[in-house]
Design a protein around this ligand. Sequence first.
Ligand SMILES: Cc1cc2nc3c(=O)[nH]c(=O)nc-3n(C[C@H](O)[C@H](O)[C@H](O)COP(=O)(O)O)c2cc1C
Length: 356
Amino acid sequence: MTTNLYSPLIAGELHLANRLVMAPMARRRASPSGAPSEHAPLYYSQRGSGGLVISEGTAPCAFGKGSFGMPGIYNDEQIAGWRKVTDAVHAKGGRIVVQLMHSGRVAHSSRMPGGALPIAPSAIRVSGQVVTAEGMKDYEAPRALGLDEIPGVVEEYAHAARCAIAAGFDGVELHGASGFLPMQFLCSSTNQRVDAYGGAASNRARFTVEVLDAMTKTIGAGRVGIKISPENPHNDISDANPVETFSTLVSAISELKIAYLHMAFAAKAGADYLSLLRPLFKGPFFIGGGLDREKAAALIGEGRADAAVYGVKYLANPDLRERFEHGAPLNEPDKDTFYSQGPKGYIDYPFLSGSA
Ligand SMILES: Cc1cc2nc3c(=O)[nH]c(=O)nc-3n(C[C@H](O)[C@H](O)[C@H](O)COP(=O)(O)O)c2cc1C
């Protein structure tokens, strides 16, 4: 039988009923304490008929929470809130992992514990402005982490992974893309360290590898994945030699035998990263970014990817799997409600049958 979008997939300990995956998407509706919104159980469970849901970027610690309405997964209140989400998705027969997202320098002191500066590998500020409680402000130069502080940050991720399992998640995905903390260590534009975490690509990849290693030792490699996005300039990030940097990273990650590698295509990239990186990772390879049904079907049918990750289409189509299966038209996304408050544009996208 040929493999298609609807074939089951075993990725580590994750048993997916099909190969449609909901991409991680921030919706900025969490409570100030970092618990998911009251509507989050319904929002996620509506999208539970795919093979896997990846949650919105979720902070592994207080310093990781860079933006308004971002949830966390490091204390009991957050665990209790997420438990309602995971129960709802499981009741629908779905699987869900939490995406652990540490903002690093993409943050502002007004949101940090004690008003401290955000942390990063080097004290290089993001160009542009950030939303704060007092309106738009310039990003600040973050505080460069001391060498002796890095094990503590790595341990915070392991703690969050433990909390994720306590909350009923099937696993965790490390957010290694979009210019957040692991990518700040990885890329040359944001890492000017001269110690074991800076300089050569293998040194710049060290933080990501250590975080993954700590999480695999805590919850098992089969429950850990990672998202990367080579050459995605989001949050003012770039690398002098991305082919070398990402090849080095993926080769090192492959050794850890994690559940999956999730790669999002950047809109503009100078290399064919799917062809380059897929052979370097000996495990399930998820691909996302601008996919439609036909492109995903081709990539999976040809064995070039194992699962297809959909962002905006999943946001607007809770029953994306059913729509794809029937070749039905898709709902259009409403960009104005991506990051707004409340249920509108969150839990009210219509199903094929006409009711949400
Ligand atoms: C509203 C919104 C929020 C997003 N938040 C996250 C996030 O928290 N973590 C992440 O890794 N990517 C995030 N992304 C990127 C998506 O995961 C995905 O990579 C991107 O939308 C491209 O896929 P698509 O073309 O299928 O939408 C977000 C995208 C959107 C539209």
